[in-house]
Design a protein around this ligand. Structure first.
Ligand code: 0YR
Ligand code: MG
Length: 369
């Protein structure tokens, strides 16, 4: 099998109820810049990354895919994923400007498309190709019910609905200018969902260390399961200090771009729930290395799902460090086999590949290229 053509796309898909906010971002659409990798066998691999649907920035990503990586891929044997990953990651002109950010997001899309192809060529869903078993139970926790721009009443109504639907975990966005507002919302949500539901809070990197420490010390009053991205993403020493100062475990990883970053945070004791995202840290290849690293430190892996669950569901089923996976349904209608939750558990996908194959109707409707 040889790669014959690289076909980029950019999807912009509306989010829940028109607009959502966390402490740092306001979104109306989720972006999926990505690539279809065609082969001379007729098989196609699909891979994409996840963005806040800003077209000029998304164009930088697909430009990197098609102009920089494309010529390095055409004519190659797509089964050689690790070798191709190394070739792209270490391509000197790209490495000079990259190693994180846009080049990593572009490499993620390519790597995922290659794994999708590899699993399709084997006729297996990726989780099975990677050695996972069909009896694996992956619990869903819902992030799409706790946005910061919603009123307290909207928040409580949506949290109640999620518990009725069977979710065993819910995430609430915090990081408001007034931390007391966040504490009141946490108290109201804990009252609504009862004592048995996992309640996570996520500040999306907004606070400074003193605010995070004083806020973080109150979280155990509400049995908060984890405190996510409390302070600036790259502040390793700050996270380590916070982890020593508060009882609630720290979760992070969606803004880290590679194995070296995760090694430093993990060995510094600055993270407890490890949240690698395969669409942000250079694909399945790098994600698996990070998950193994976490496993070696006996830390749970709970992927951030910039892909809106598809490939991460396969990875979560296959990797022994994963038991819990985030749920956000924004892209569901785009896929041939969308990730689905029933009674709070993810259904095990059956279709060969990485779960990334797009419906042609979705490509027609949402492609903004
Ligand atoms: C919206 N999940 C997150 C969304 C999400 C963000 O900006 O991207 O909330 O990535 O933090 O845990
Ligand atoms: Mg987060």
């Amino acid at each position: 099998m040889k790669i014959s053509k690289i076909e980029p796309f950019i999807l912009h898909v509306p989010v829940t109820r028109g607009a959502i906010s966390d402490s740092t971002h306001d979104l109306t659409h989720w972006g999926a810049p990505g690539v279809v990798i065609h082969t001379d066998s007729g098989l196609c691999g699909y891979g994409y990354t996840g963005t806040h649907a800003h077209l000029p920035t998304d164009r930088l990503i697909v430009n990197c895919i098609s102009e920089t990586y494309g010529p390095l891929l055409v004519g190659e044997e797509p089964h050689n994923v690790i070798e191709l990953w190394e070739k792209l990651f270490h391509f000197p002109p790209a490495q000079w400007v990259g190693r994180s950010g846009i080049t990593q997001l572009a490499l993620s899309a390519v790597d995922i498309a290659l794994w999708d192809l590899k699993a399709k060529a084997a006729g297996l869903p990726l989780w099975k190709f990677l050695g996972g078993s069909a009896g694996t139970k992956i619990t869903a926790y819902n992030t799409d019910g706790g946005w910061l721009n919603w009123s307290s009443q909207e928040l409580i109504d949506s949290m109640r609905r999620q518990v009725e639907e069977g979710y065993r975990g819910v995430k609430l966005k915090v990081g408001s200018p007034d931390a007391y507002r966040d504490l009141e919302r946490i108290e109201a949500v804990r009252k609504t969902v009862g004592p048995r539901i996992k309640l996570m809070v996520d500040a999306n990197g907004r606070w400074d260390l003193p605010t995070a420490i004083s806020f973080g010390q109150k979280l155990s009053d509400y049995d908060v399961f984890w405190f996510e991205e409390p302070i600036w993403y790259d502040d390793l020493a700050g996270h380590a200090a916070l982890a020593r100062a508060v009882k609630t475990p720290i979760a992070l990883g969606e803004q880290l771009y590679g194995l070296d970053d995760f090694r430093d945070f993990i060995t510094a004791g600055a993270v407890h729930f490890v949240q690698p995202d395969a669409v942000r840290l250079a694909g399945v290849t790098e994600w698996w290395r990070v998950a193994d690293l976490a496993l070696a430190h006996h830390l749970p892996v709970v992927p951030h799902i910039g892909d809106m669950m598809q490939v991460h569901l396969h990875l979560a089923i296959a990797h022994p460090a994963c038991k819990l996976l985030e749920y956000i349904p924004w892209l569901r209608e785009c896929f041939e086999e969308p990730a689905t939750v029933r009674d709070g558990w993810f259904i095990i996908p059956e279709t060969p590949g990485a779960g990334t194959t797009l419906r042609s109707a979705a490509l027609e409707r949402y492609n903004v290229m």
